[in-house]
Design a protein. Structure first.
Length: 139
């Protein structure tokens, strides 16, 4: 069995945003040479997420509104976490809802997606560099 590891650095210029990273993951899979196996994509920061869904702008706007209703950024004083001097208590909760990582089957050297599925990086406390891990195992 082979394995391949790659880090991808993200820097979303706003506090929150969604970035389609499907192309970067497909490129890592191509570099790996793995034809059959599994591909894990992991947000290596506690205020960011990786998830799979449709690449549709309206859906991303719906996520933004829904997440802000679930865990509004303000008032900052509403979060115990922010008493440490942080202002990102909401970002930790948003990440928990959207998930830390995804695993996609690799079949015939391609990501084995269902219809409309793509991989996204979700940023909830941006304006700085953060890492993603792509780990592919298989034959």
């Amino acid at each position: 069995m082979k394995s391949y590891r790659q880090e991808v650095w993200m820097n979303v210029p706003s506090r929150r945003g969604f970035v389609n990273i499907t192309g970067e993951v497909e490129e890592a899979l191509r570099k790996s040479g793995i034809q059959e196996g599994l591909c894990l994509v992991n947000a290596m920061h506690i205020t960011a997420s990786v998830f799979i869904n449709d690449n549709e702008h309206g859906l991303h706007q719906d996520y933004e509104k829904w997440l802000e209703r679930l865990a509004p950024h303000e008032p900052i004083s509403a979060y115990q976490h922010n008493r440490t001097g942080e202002d990102n208590g909401d970002a930790h909760l948003k990440r928990q809802v959207m998930g830390r990582e995804v695993v996609v089957a690799v079949t015939n050297g391609e990501l084995d997606f269902g219809p409309w599925e793509q991989i996204f990086y979700g940023e909830f406390d941006g304006c700085r560099r953060k890492r993603l891990l792509i780990k592919i195992i298989g034959e």
